[in-house]
Design a protein around this ligand. Structure first.
Ligand SMILES: C[S@@+](CC[C@H](N)C(=O)[O-])C[C@H]1O[C@@H](n2cnc3c(N)ncnc32)[C@H](O)[C@@H]1O
Length: 360
């Protein structure tokens, strides 16, 4: 087989691996506990979920009354395999609806599946019809289709709470949503999502793999996030800043190709710096939009990756502290220092600072 073709197959295998990560109930409960007030009288749609096994379906059906849901819909995709190895199963996808009525148990619902004409692809017209009827979409969609998946939710103006890979932040359109405050990270991230159930054929290796007491094969990739546009109060808590830029300038080198300083860790963001700061992408996990403004991602003015003394940094998000003026109002020294920094640069700040201190 030609090398390119082999690579293509390997790529596809790699791609589809995380498409078969099934979410643990404990991880769903741990995130969903923060959003309960959003579900009152709402139709929830889990559109990448076989209701017979999905823990998303299980969670919403079990908490239907407590959340005050109006309806729960779950739909399942059946891949139409027709390649070298399969002659084509031609199975239809299916869905079920649950209204939590008296006598309507989860079990009876699951024997009452409705078959689609097509495969149940979330992009298909039948699934889109169900999407239109729903208010909030909650699921873990196939990672390889994440961009398209989110684009569809935006197109139909839906509320959502979904799992994705942390890398998704770096996708142009996803970052744009985050920058424009139209989507943001949920509460749990990385190790905060404990693992995923994987199928029998998935090879378990390394310390991040285990078999639980129910015999489920679990991997913990520690690289996932929740992406949502459901607002919660936790998102409006300030990051506590304790570090200072002035006096510790060496810790915060300036970029070659952008007027701003580099900050290696979110906890090191200085409280006294008015200009633009480049922070790691995990900063978004702590972002309070009332405290910080997102300016740009990754690139300097020359549209090349941000660099310091010719060396590119890790991906950085350029941000500005919105609160600096109010925080330091009354602190004449810091306001003056920031103004001098902006106009004349660091050397002048040092001179002004010592003359200010001498005058005290
Ligand atoms: C990452 S798994 C998660 C499954 C389930 N949502 C969960 O969290 O346990 C993604 C699921 O999407 C399904 N899927 C793949 N392509 C799809 C498509 N085009 N439309 C709908 N579902 C799809 C896969 O079969 C798989 O069950």
């Amino acid at each position: 087989m030609a090398r390119n073709a082999t690579n293509g197959l390997l790529q596809n295998a790699k791609k589809s691996k995380s498409d078969e990560f099934y979410t643990l109930l404990s991880d769903i409960e741990s995130e969903l506990q923060h959003y309960k007030s959003h579900f009152q009288n709402k139709v929830v749609y889990c559109n990448c979920d076989d209701p017979r096994i999905s823990n998303f379906f299980n969670y919403f059906a079990s908490n239907f009354k407590e959340l005050g849901l109006k309806k729960l819909i779950a739909s399942c995709y059946r891949e139409q395999t027709n390649d070298l190895f399969n002659s084509g199963e031609n199975e239809s996808g299916f869905y079920c609806e649950y209204r939590g009525q008296e006598g309507e148990s989860k079990k009876t619902i699951l024997t009452d599946l409705v078959y689609f004409k097509g495969d149940g692809d979330f992009r298909g017209s039948e699934s889109i019809e169900l999407l239109k009827q729903s208010d909030i979409v909650v699921t873990n969609p196939p990672f390889s289709l994440f961009r398209e998946y989110v684009a569809q939710l935006v197109k139909y103006d839906k509320k959502f709470l979904i799992i994705g890979n942390i890398n998704a932040i770096t996708y142009k359109k996803i970052f744009k949503l985050i920058k424009e405050n139209k989507a943001w990270l949920g509460v749990n991230l990385g190790r905060g999502i404990s693992g995923f159930i994987v199928p029998e054929h998935y090879e378990l290796y390394g310390t991040e793999a285990r078999i639980d007491r129910l015999g489920n094969r679990i991997v913990s990739p520690n690289n996932c996030l929740w992406l949502t546009n459901l607002d919660i109060s936790k998102r409006h808590e300030d990051i506590t800043l304790t570090k200072r830029y002035f006096g510790n300038e060496a810790m915060y080198p300036k970029y070659d190709n952008y007027e701003g300083i580099n900050v290696n860790k979110t906890q090191d963001i200085p409280l006294d710096f008015e200009g633009v700061m480049g922070v790691p992408i995990t900063f978004l996990h702590k972002l309070n939009p009332d405290q910080f403004e997102i300016i740009k991602f990754r690139k300097g003015n020359d549209d090349k990756d941000l660099s310091i003394n010719g060396k590119c940094t890790y991906f950085r998000i350029l941000i500005k502290n919105k609160r600096i003026q109010t925080k330091l109002a009354g602190n004449k020294e810091m306001s003056a220092v920031n103004k001098v920094y902006k106009t004349f640069g660091r050397q002048r700040v040092i001179e002004q600072r010592s003359s200010y201190q001498n005058s005290l």
